[in-house]
Design a protein around this ligand. Sequence first.
Ligand code: NCD
Length: 303
Amino acid sequence: MKKLISPLDLTTQEIDELLALADRIIEDPQAFAHKCDGKILATLFFEPSTRTRLSFESAMLSLGGKVLGFSSANSSSAAKGESVADTVRTVECYADIIAMRHPKEGAATVAASKVDCPLINAGDGGHQHPTQTLTDLLTIHRLKGHLDNLTVGLCGDLKFGRTVHSLIRAMMRYENIKFVLVSPKELQVPDYIRDDLVRSGYEFEEVERLEDAIGKMDILYMTRVQRERFFNEEDYIRLRDSYILDNEKMKLAKEDMIVMHPLPRVNEISVEVDDDPRAAYFRQAKFGRFVRMALILKMLEVE
Ligand code: NCD
């Protein structure tokens, strides 16, 4: 596998292998500490990030490799008007593998067509975010023990949230998954995702009130309203606090439901929920490092 743009670029067997490798790394990180000696990862972030960029860098450093890159478009030649294609062709001269985030949908596909080295989409606009999905799948697998027979609630900005689009696509391939999509009408999943669900005969429902649906969920995936993708600030202000998960609402949930969130959170999960044992979002952030270690090993064909 040379390019990872959408989770569907991976077969379910490849995903199983990645999760199994991540498990092995978690058990014995020392055994992997020199697997990427002499290799360089470039992180090209044309859009802000904390977890994705730093977990990629931490992953490569933990494998014995080195990292270089930039964390904003302003500090790269994009500020001078350079195209993404030229930037990645240049970076390929300096690195063995590239992870790239860009505000435009499709930017990663264009970049991938320009280079021979492995390239990973670390988020392209409101489109896809496959390594967050690998993080999410590892979290679900470790905390629930399986990836099938689950009712998965996704709540918040389902329109612009790329993590939602990637997770739905990935989870549709497992047995007996039911989706409960909780959002205001204006922030429902885009048509291409709904069409995917309808075409494959998937069981899903769309609701507006979290309280009405939380009781049936095994997983609640909360998301931030994606301010940077709105055309006007007024709409954002009107919609940003549509959902706030607090201890009151958690009382309506199953004892063994887990709450996930790709982070960063703004207001959508009250901090009081952090102390609930069902809150899994910081453990999820931690798993992101290990699954990215596994991905780097596979893409560089070290494992
Ligand atoms: C997400 C992203 O960048 O899409 N964050 C992440 O990668 N952990 C979610 C978000 O920004 O809301």
